[in-house]
Design a protein around this ligand. Structure first.
Ligand code: WQD
Length: 379
């Protein structure tokens, strides 16, 4: 059994990947500061994975699953804190093997926000990665999957975009992702033994089909799909379509939307490939290879869920590009991975989550253990 540390594992991609890893038989330790994730998400993941109840190990440390060590351990902590990271590797790693691999999701990811708060993005995304790499070195762990982004490619007319395309980020968020990729390449080149996968996500959307976990952005969603779901749920008046005059078939922006469960499974495959093969630095696009416009998504959502979405076409959003679609062939060649779920699956599952959880996790934001059973401190 492999023990995997997920930084930011209580967030959207992290919680879905946590479930996939638990179902594959791994032990999972999560460190999260809950700035954009919820303990409730992981409580529900433990239910979906049928781990049983939570128990408290120490202040802000919870574990689910019978016996020692627990199958899922949650620690509240900050990746910029060496003490918090050491606690995750030591306490959370409980088993003989400690932590065998790390999936690094923790980070800030709002393009617009990064324009106004560049230093915060450099601190959390880059300093956080430096601290994590230092902690991995202290604990002898050299297997890492990094949550990177297609935003690195910036505005390009390449369709589809291969991994070899030039990196030309256009905002602080994108620059921090490029900086961490560069740092990981330097670490891999300087020290033998590192197994690193850089996974460049295109547009992850949707939710687990159970409707129990999904995307729960803080405040007004920056991204299309969660905003569209909130319009459908009546939390937002109408969808603003940013530009109707793009050089695309219907004039609206085209993106490569992939189901979050496909993305989560891609992480599981990347981990398997890293563990099975010699040390390497693997860079892969994770996308469907298919482009859909804003209006394609609106119409698919309406047809799949039998509802009408009010929208208005407004001016373009600064920094946007017309088309962003992945050349996904390398991920298929190296991992045998490709997306399996359709746009209709995305719309059905996203609505199952939003309609069952109109206020996201806030509607039932319960600390693990405190709501299920009286937390029993471990004797
Ligand atoms: C998609 C399309 C918009 C909102 C972002 C960032 C980055 C990455 C993926 C992590 C575009 C249009 C959007 C709205 C709209 N994630 N749109 N009305 O900009 O492709 O990528 O998410 O790395 O965060 O790069 O995603 O969902 O914001 O936009 O019309 O209210 O929807 O113009 O064409 P984007 P998005």
């Amino acid at each position: 059994m492999t023990t995997v540390l997920l930084t930011g594992g209580a967030g959207f991609i992290g919680s879905h990947t946590c479930l996939v890893l638990l179902e594959a038989g791994h032990r999972v330790v999560v460190i999260d500061d809950f700035s954009n994730g919820s303990p409730e998400a992981l409580r529900r993941v433990s239910e979906l994975a049928r781990l049983g109840s939570w128990r408290q190990l120490a202040p802000e440390q919870w574990a689910a699953g019978e016996g020692q060590p627990a199958r899922l351990t949650l620690l509240k902590g900050d990746v910029r804190s060496p003490q918090d990271l050491d606690r995750a590797f030591e306490d959370g790693g409980g088993g003989d093997s400690g932590i065998d691999a790390v999936l690094h999701f923790a980070g800030l990811k709002a393009v617009g926000e990064s324009m106004g708060q560049p230093l915060r993005y450099w601190d959390v995304n880059v300093v956080g990665a430096v601290r994590l790499l230092e902690a991995m070195g202290r604990h002898g762990c050299q297997t890492l999957v990094f949550s990177s982004s297609a935003t690195l490619y910036g505005i390009t007319d390449r369709v589809p975009i291969p991994e070899t395309a030039p990196l030309q980020p256009i905002n602080p968020y994108g620059y921090t992702k490029a900086a961490v990729e560069r740092m990981l390449a330097d670490v891999a080149a300087s020290t033998p033994g590192w197994r690193i996968a850089l996974l460049r996500y295109f547009n992850p959307v949707g939710a687990h089909p159970s409707g129990r976990i999904g995307e729960d952005p803080n405040g007004r969603p920056n991204n299309l799909f969660p905003f569209l779901c909130q319009v459908a749920a009546g939390r937002r008046q109408q969808l603003e379509v940013f530009g109707g005059d793009w050089p695309t078939p219907d004039g609206t922006g085209v993106r490569d939307y992939l189901h979050v469960m496909d993305l989560a499974e891609g992480h599981g495959r990347a981990l398997e490939v890293l563990q099975a093969e010699p040390p390497q630095l693997l860079t892969l696009n994770l996308g469907s290879g298919c482009g859909h416009s804003v209006l394609d998504l609106v119409r698919s959502f309406e047809a799949t869920n039998g509802l009408t979405l009010p929208y208005a076409v407004v001016d373009r959003r600064p920094g946007d590009s017309a088309i962003s679609v992945a050349d996904h062939r390398e991920a298929e060649r190296r991992m045998g991975w490709r997306t399996k779920r359709s746009l209709a699956d995305i719309c059905r599952d996203g609505w199952a989550w939003q309609s069952a959880n109109p206020e996201g996790y806030r509607g039932s934001d319960r600390q693990p253990g405190r709501s299920l059973i009286q937390a029993q401190p471990v004797s």
